[in-house]
Design a binder for this molecule. Structure first.
Ligand code: DQA
Length: 157
C-alpha cells in the first residue's frame, strides 16, 4: 500500500556543503541556516497535515541509501542535491527506483543565472518539479508541491 501524508513523512534531502548554509557564500545562499530551513519545511508540511524527515549529507552514497529508504518509508521527496545535481548519475538512478513517489528538486540560487556547469541537473530528468532562485523559500514551495502530489485530487496541473 502506498503511504499517505498521514502515514509517512516527506523526506527532505540536502546534499554537500549545505550543512554550512548561513555561513557559506551568504551573498548567494543567504543567511538562514539549515536549522532555519528545517523549521520552514516543518511549518509548510503542517499546513497540509504532513510531517518531514529532514536530512543532510556530504556523501553521495549516503544520499543514495536514504533515497532507497524512501521507497518504503516516505510519501515523497524534496531534494536539494547541491553540487551532485550536476554530476551524479548514481543519485538520478536512485530516484528512478522510486516509482510513483513525488519528487521535487530545489535550488536556493537560480542555477540558470550562474556558471554554465550549473545549468544542467541530472535530477531534473526524474523530478516532477524544479524550483530554483526562490531562496530558502523554495523548500517550502517544494514541500507544498510534494504534499499536493501525494494527496490525490489536490494538485493543480
Ligand atoms: C545549489 C546550487 C548548486 O549548483 C550548488 O552546487 C549548491 C547549492 C542551490 O541550492 O542553489 O551547493 O543546489
Amino acid at each position: 500500500m502506498p503511504h499517505t501524508l498521514a502515514t509517512a513523512p516527506i523526506l527532505v534531502l540536502n546534499g554537500p556543503n549545505l550543512n554550512l548554509l548561513g555561513k557559506r557564500q551568504p551573498e548567494i545562499y543567504g543567511r538562514d541556516t539549515l536549522a532555519d530551513v528545517e523549521a520552514l519545511c516543518v511549518k509548510a508540511a503542517a499546513g497540509h497535515g504532513a510531517t518531514v524527515d529532514f536530512r543532510q549529507s556530504n556523501h553521495e552514497g549516503e544520499l543514495v541509501d536514504w533515497i532507497h529508504e524512501a521507497r518504503e518509508n516516505h510519501v515523497g521527496i524534496v531534494i536539494n542535491p547541491a553540487a551532485y545535481s550536476h554530476t551524479s548519475v548514481a543519485i538520478l538512478d536512485a530516484l528512478n527506483t522510486c516509482d510513483g513517489l513525488p519528487v521535487v528538486e530545489v535550488h536556493i540560487s537560480n542555477i540558470h543565472q550562474r556558471e554554465e556547469f550549473r545549468h544542467h541537473s541530472y535530477m531534473s530528468l526524474r523530478a516532477d518539479g524544479v524550483i530554483a532562485g526562490c531562496g530558502v523559500q523554495g523548500y517550502a514551495f517544494g514541500v507544498e508541491r510534494v504534499a499536493s502530489l501525494a494527496a490525490p485530487g489536490t494538485a493543480a496541473a
